[in-house]
Design a protein around this ligand. Structure first.
Ligand SMILES: [Zn+2]
Length: 318
């Protein structure tokens, strides 16, 4: 079995503290991964506004946002100006690439994208995506070759922007396996490699899952399901407070002969002639507030051999 590891890096603190820690951890475990960076301003403090939205208080209680993100981070974009992550921590991003890890674009302004993209049109979406690409290029000297949307939030124009940028694959959705996305009757050429496993923060506090049991629960989830998996982790969580849980999970996968790889390696191992076309649907996943982009039903049965495009009920893992 193959597991693609996708690291979402949301904040300046996650870039500075979480990313180097994860690099060390991956190297020690013989694992590869893709790091997706937020390259513009860190406005995480604005996410505090979500506290007042229905359904979010439970999550705050469970994951202890302040403890995980740090008080300074929660002031960015509210009481303090949001620092430009690419400018302040570009050296760490470049070092990630120099160490041989795949790098890609997570967002320009993570909070802004997550909060607004589903309500915005073509101009806004292409502008934000281009800002991300430009800031990414300022850091690395080349355009992003892959991307993964902040908070799994997308609109039809965002899929078009990825295609226009020449991306061959991206990971913006939750689902069961690789597919070409179809939205409003249009099929996009940028292949989606959806996250298939629940994230650590979605598990914390649910069904009495304690920190010490997280690795086991995730490992079981990956074993219970046939086929290759995609696991999204966060520099702010697994790279800082939940390092031990990730270390244990990587050890379990290693003992089971599972190879942990980047999205790029995962993509290159696919038989693209057998990848289905699936609709994109908005939906929810247990343990996460709000709606996000999910892999919907298969629309092109000619190309579906060997794949069921049905969205996975994540609850089946628990
Ligand atoms: Zn993120």
């Amino acid at each position: 079995m193959r597991v693609a590891l996708k690291v979402d890096v949301d904040t300046l603190r996650g870039t500075r503290v979480g990313v180097p820690a994860l690099q060390q951890l991956f190297r020690d475990a013989g694992a590869d991964a893709t790091f997706l960076f937020s390259v513009g301003p860190d406005h995480t403090g604005r996410a505090l506004r979500r506290v007042f939205r229905r359904g979010f208080l439970g999550k705050v209680k469970r994951t202890s946002i302040v403890r995980n993100y740090g008080l300074g981070t929660l002031l960015y974009g509210t009481l303090l100006p949001g620092p430009r992550v690419g400018r302040r921590a570009g050296a760490i991003m470049r070092a990630t690439h120099a160490l041989g890890f795949e790098v890609g674009l997570h967002a320009y302004d993570h909070v802004r994208w997550q909060d607004f993209v589903t309500h915005r049109g073509e101009g806004w979406t292409f502008r934000e995506f281009a800002r991300g690409g430009d800031a990414f290029q300022s850091v690395f000297g080349f355009r992003p070759q892959t991307a993964g949307a902040a908070g799994w939030q997308m609109n039809v124009h965002a899929f078009a922007a990825e295609e226009a940028a020449g991306l061959r694959y991206a990971s913006d959705c939750r689902g069961s396996g690789p597919f070409y996305p179809m939205i409003e009757g249009r099929v996009f050429r940028c292949l989606q490699i959806p996250s298939t496993l629940p994230t650590l923060d979605e598990l914390i506090g649910r069904h009495g899952i304690r920190e010490a049991a997280l690795a086991g629960v995730l490992f079981e989830a990956s074993q219970r399901r046939a086929g290759d998996q995609v696991f999204t982790l966060h520099a702010e969580l697994e790279g800082i407070r939940y390092r031990a849980a990730l270390e244990r999970l990587l050890a379990l996968w290693r003992e089971a002969g599972v190879s942990c790889m980047s999205l790029g390696s995962f993509y290159r191992g696919l038989d693209l002639t057998r990848v289905p076309v699936c609709e994109i649907r908005m939906g929810s996943v247990p343990g996460r507030s709000g709606r996000l982009v999910r892999q919907g039903p298969v629309r092109d049965p000619v190309r579906t051999a060997g794949a069921s495009g049905e969205p996975i009920p994540l609850s089946a893992f628990l």
